[in-house]
Design a protein around this ligand. Structure first.
Ligand code: SF4
Ligand code: SF4
Length: 338
């Protein structure tokens, strides 16, 4: 059971089957914002979206989480029990790739049990892109509209039905759980998928040749492009908070009387406080240094350490920057300057 067809009139029954097995997270629209939320009982998500505003990283890396609770004078820490197995439905291939990339960091010098347990408990059901967004450039950074990296199951919209391809044992288990709703996919369905994906690849309007960028960035340390780019930046952190590969966090204690909790929360290298030392010295004192760091982290440091660019070309930082700072344009300028 590796490639099956799900007729769209069975979509709600299919979602019901998954929800019977595990907690299902799916894209939910709240005003102008679309994000992954746990599905309410009986709810059936629509897969009619380009991509979510907030990436699905929130499911495995919450914006704020309690690491443990303590009471002064007591030796034991109360570590929260993490939630059980989850299915993420409708993950775009770029966002699944991002989870594979980020996992390298959380497995690096020390295993991060919070991230890794949630990731292990999550089954990722992807949705191949048939109509890429205006600023998608996944094909420039090693991905594509039907990339399978990080996914357990890939769905492709074939009009009247979805083609479901199991990629891992977790994906096969989902198909088995819903087998009475599925039919074996005929060979024509796989050819149809290739057409859909080929058309999506052609529809990607933005691209940049990233060859040589990781090696060339150190030589551009004092280049005026950083000042030029940073001149308009508001330092709002939107580009990092909504980036599926950004993973920086802060750890703080909240104490009341003799009790407290240690929390982890997202942080952003675009904030001045991020590198502010207790002495008052800040090694990245202005937005010029912070902008330079954002690009170097993704396109240079991460490549040196993990041999992969820490950007999946989802285009969110371009779409959502309030002053239209455009990563693809920055990368083009970097290429020109090399
Ligand atoms: S979203 Fe735009 S303005 Fe905000 S920090 Fe990022 S680059 Fe600067
Ligand atoms: S840097 Fe921008 S384009 Fe790249 S993964 Fe992050 S949000 Fe997406």
């Amino acid at each position: 059971m590796s490639a099956m067809l799900l007729n769209k009139d069975q979509w709600s029954a299919f979602v019901g089957k998954l929800a019977g097995e595990k907690k299902v997270w799916a894209p939910v629209k709240r005003g102008d914002i679309m994000r992954f939320e746990p599905l309410e009982e009986g709810a059936v998500p629509s897969l009619d979206f380009a991509n979510t505003t907030v990436p699905p990283k929130t499911v495995v890396f919450p914006q704020t989480e309690t690491l443990y609770r303590y009471r002064i004078g007591q030796a034991e820490l109360a570590v929260p029990v993490l939630e059980g197995e989850a299915v993420l439905l409708g993950v775009r291939p770029c966002d699944a790739r991002a989870m594979s990339i980020v996992q390298k960091l959380f497995r690096w010098d020390v295993d991060d049990p919070y991230y890794l347990k949630r990731r292990e408990a999550a089954t990722l059901v992807g949705l191949a892109c048939s109509a890429p967004g205006t600023n998608c450039f996944c094909t420039s950074v090693g991905g594509g509209p039907a990339s399978t990296e990080g996914l357990d199951l890939l769905m492709t919209d074939l009009g009247e039905s979805y083609l479901l391809e199991a990629l891992t044992d977790k994906g096969k288990a989902l198909l088995e759980a819903a087998q009475d709703l599925l039919q074996e996919a005929p060979a024509g369905a796989v050819q149809e998928k290739e057409k859909v994906v080929g058309a999506a690849e052609k529809a990607i309007a933005r691209s940049v040749d990233t060859t040589g960028i990781p090696q060339g960035l150190p030589g551009l340390w004092e280049h005026p492009l950083w000042q030029r780019t940073a001149a308009g930046c508001l330092g709002c952190g939107t580009c990092t908070f909504l980036c599926p590969t950004c993973h920086c966090f802060d750890i703080q204690d909240e104490v009341e009387g003799f009790e407290g909790r240690r929390c982890r929360m997202w942080d952003s290298c675009m904030f001045a406080e991020y590198t502010l030392h207790a002495s008052g010295h800040n090694p990245r004192p202005t937005r010029r240094e912070r902008t330079r760091n954002r690009i170097n982290h993704k396109y240079n440091y991460f490549v040196q350490k993990f041999d992969v660019i820490a950007c999946v070309g989802c285009g969110r930082c371009v779409n959502l920057c309030p002053v239209n700072i455009d990563l693809v344009e920055i990368l083009r300028q970097v290429k020109e300057a090399l």
